[in-house]
Design a protein around this ligand. Sequence first.
Ligand code: PMP
Length: 466
Amino acid sequence: MHKLARLDQKYVWHPFTQMRDWARREPIVLARGKGAVLEDVRGKKFLDANASIWTNLHGHNHPKLNAALQRQLKKVAHTSALGFANEPAALLAERLVKAGRGSAGASPSRTKLAKVFFSDDGSTALEVALKMSYEFTRRTGRSRAPKFLSLQGAYHGDTVGAVSVGHIDLFHKAYGGLLFKSDKVMSPNCYRCPFNQAKPERADARVTRKCNWECVGKVEAKLKQRKYAAFVVEPRVQGAAGMIAHPEGWLKRVAEAVRASGAQLIADEVMTGFGRTGTMFACQKEKVAADFLCVAKGLTGGYLPMAATLTTQAVFDAFLGEYEEFKTFFHGHSYTGNQLGAAAALASLDILQGSESKMKRRGLEKQLRDELQTLWSLAAVGDVRQEGLVAGVELVADWRTRAAFPLKARAGIRVCEAMARRGVLTRPIGNVIPLLPPYCTTQLQLRKMVKALRESIVEVLGETGC
Ligand code: PMP
């Protein structure tokens, strides 16, 4: 075993990992990367097919990002935002507000995104939005004890507030006693829709009834029951729920219902932001204007942990007052507004907003759509979902009944292990295999990613199902 692998096994506790399993085999120790390729300490190369847990945008070791960081390092790496401003954070805040407004439709100015609160990661970006929305709702007199509404299967991070609006029992149930109560509502998961299952991809799919937007009706009914501070949602695709791509039009309908109820909309774009779903932010695909836009992961192009919560002038104003009124937003982190992170983010936005990246993403998206078609013929493939450059392939024990593999069968894990043996890295979500290629992925590399997935499904689960 490589000495670094041994050191890791001796001292490191890995996230979301059964460490008994981890100790059973030599871990891959990654040492370097270039573009979509990662290399381990033994020199074996892998394709980064989930963009290092959905963070990387333009590839590893990108010359422009490296140069921006080197320029910034010659000045200073970090200064505190508690009491001081800094150049890259100020520039970045302006860029984010402009990008966040995008084509989010004509909205009155006080409800347009106008302010940026920086933090460290996706979870903290959500915590900030939750606290701001809660306090805004109380201060504006809408409700004394407002609650939050989020989707079945929601995942918004691992800090206690973010977990409180999460609804994945496997992750969240154990901590029930620590959490505040939030309400959940049906997710628009067409593949497992109890009302119609009207997915058109398979000729023999069980189309039992026409879709009547029952899922929207469920949200509307919930919104009538109480005065929520906010509806928290990942727009267009629920990532950790299993790459659940929402049907076109759901977001717009739901956003209108939220607005009509007087609640706020918290858009968790931690996974969907920065071009992943096609537009800069997923909300913009349906011209939806959120009151909070939470971003992290791809903000720095996948280089550094940094996050931001964008919000409106109206929310900001609710925290204004004389010093001794103590209306201040009492929240912040040591690395808030980190200069290195902001410098990386500015360079990443330059690349992302350039025409070359836009064209490349469009081409990749189409190729991914075409390549994924080759998976439908496999019996263990129940569903293939894609939204922009986010794909999820759901493995099932029986595609006719859509019966899931029991988690104990570790079908997703075993398929991903077989993919790693073929030089392609991704991490399963239960029995869903995500593919989120970095935007620099070449045609050949993308073909190899899908081919490795196909071969691995056949190797582990057979061609005709078992
Ligand atoms: N929201 C979403 C949609 C996420 O996918 C994640 C992380 N996978 C988070 C929040 C939490 O982000 P982080 O891990 O950076 O805290």
